[in-house]
Every structure is written in C-alpha cells, then in structure tokens.
Design a protein around this ligand. Structure first.
Ligand SMILES: C[S@@+](CC[C@H](N)C(=O)[O-])C[C@H]1O[C@@H](n2cnc3c(N)ncnc32)[C@H](O)[C@@H]1O
Length: 218
C-alpha cells in the first residue's frame, strides 16, 4: 500500500516505530482504536507486523473509511470503520474497548484545541488497564528566536531524505500558514492536557518538529 500522505519524509521511519510499539504491546484479539484512520495506511503497517488484532478506525470521511475497509480486507486481523467527528467524540461510541492501544497519526492538528483536550480525556477513560495512547503529529513551534534552527533541520531533512517537509521561510510565514486544517499544539500544551486527563506522558520519538508521544494511565 502506498503512503497517501506527502510532505512528511520522516514519516516512514516514525510510523514504523509506532507500528512496532503497537505490535510489541498487543496480541491476538486485543482491541485497537485508530482515531483519524484515513484510508487505513497505519492500520496496514500494524497488521503486517501483528496479524490477528482487531482494529477499529474512526474518520469523518466516508470515502476514506470505505477505502480503508477495501485496503485492509486481505489482512488476517479485522478492521472496521466507524464514521464520526472527533470534535464530538462523545457521540461516536465505537465498538470494542476498552482498548489496548489507541493511536492517532497526523490528525490532531486538524482539531481545535478544545477538541484535542476532549479526545485526550475520552482516551484516558477508554484505555484498557495498562493500555497505551500513541499520538503522532507535528508540534507547534513557539520560539521565534529558534525558528532559524528549525529551518536548518528542515533543510537537512530535504538533503537527507530527498523531499521537503511542510515548512516556512520565517516565523511570520509559519504563523500565517497556521489555520483550521493546520493548528498543531505545543509540547507544553500536550503535557498539560495529558496530565489533566490523568495520563503520564513522554515523547517517545522526535524528528524535527514531528513527535510520537506516548500516554498511559498514571
Ligand atoms: C492527514 S490524514 C491522516 C490519515 C492517517 N491517520 C494516516 O496517517 O495515514 C488526517 C485524517 O484525519 C481525519 N480527520 C480530520 N479531522 C477529523 C475529525 N474532526 N473527525 C474525524 N476525522 C477527522 C481526516 O478525514 C483524515 O482522514
């Protein structure tokens, strides 16, 4: 399956790390939840490493969900798609759960901050005992004085990986690029929101400004 997401050259490595964690920390029959599953690309990486899992994918895009079900039909595990808006997560009621792992990839930056917090609260209530939350997304850059260094990192990523990240020439342009479909939260905000939900949080992997964060009930 080809990766449907562009402009994230480090994503292959980071999703392989995410999928490796899910595969190592779950077993046949465990319920897994994918928030913002798209066409099922991340679920396919996980099912290749750990067949037999039961993955539920939530997305508001019905066409993407239908594509996910087609793309994942050939795997030994089961995948079921559920339509729903993460901004109203209390109304979704996905099947299964509590979940051994809940993960979300490159979706939180689409959500308003209030919805990000509501989803994290919901996750904390719907994780199985000893379960894990994995949140993979861009972090908001907050320090204008350090922005040129981030630019150096983006330039190195382009040299090393042969393709460019979503980037900006300066901090003002970065702020202008933020909008309703691009509103990443900062690491400090995530730290506060996980703590409010009763989740211990740690950055598990960071590449430039793209983080894989882990949470578990503290
Ligand atoms: C960039 S795609 C990532 C898809 C997949 N997680 C991946 O990494 O390949 C973001 C996905 O989040 C979904 N999404 C964004 N906002 C959403 C919301 N409020 N409720 C449900 N799904 C949402 C989009 O429809 C899209 O499928």
């Amino acid at each position: 399956m080809d990766d449907p997401v562009q402009r994230h050259p480090t994503r292959a490595e980071q999703l392989d790390i995410l999928a490796s964690i899910v595969a190592a920390r779950s077993g046949k029959g465990d319920d897994i939840l994918d928030l913002g599953c798209g066409v099922g690309y991340v679920a396919h990486l996980i099912l290749e490493k750990q067949p037999g899992l039961s993955i539920t994918g939530v997305d508001r895009n019905g066409d993407a969900l239908a594509a996910a079900e087609t793309n994942l039909a050939g795997y030994a595990g089961t995948f079921s798609g559920v339509g729903g808006d993460l901004e109203k997560i209390g109304q979704i009621n996905p099947p299964g759960g509590p979940y051994r792992v809940i993960y979300t990839a490159l979706t939180f930056h689409d959500l308003p901050d209030t919805a990000k917090q509501s989803v994290i609260q919901w996750v904390a209530k719907n994780l199985a005992s000893g379960g894990y939350f994995l949140l993979y997304d861009r972090l908001r850059l907050t320090e204008p004085g350090l922005f040129p260094l981030q630019g150096d990192i983006w330039a190195r990523i382009e040299r090393t990986y042969g393709s460019a990240m979503r980037s900006a020439p300066d901090y003002d342009a970065y702020l202008t690029d933020l909008g309703t479909d691009n509103r990443p939260a900062s690491l400090a905000e995530y730290g506060a929101w996980f703590a409010d939900a009763g989740l211990a949080m740690q950055v598990l992997h960071l590449h430039g400004n793209v983080a894989l964060m882990g949470g578990t009930v503290s």
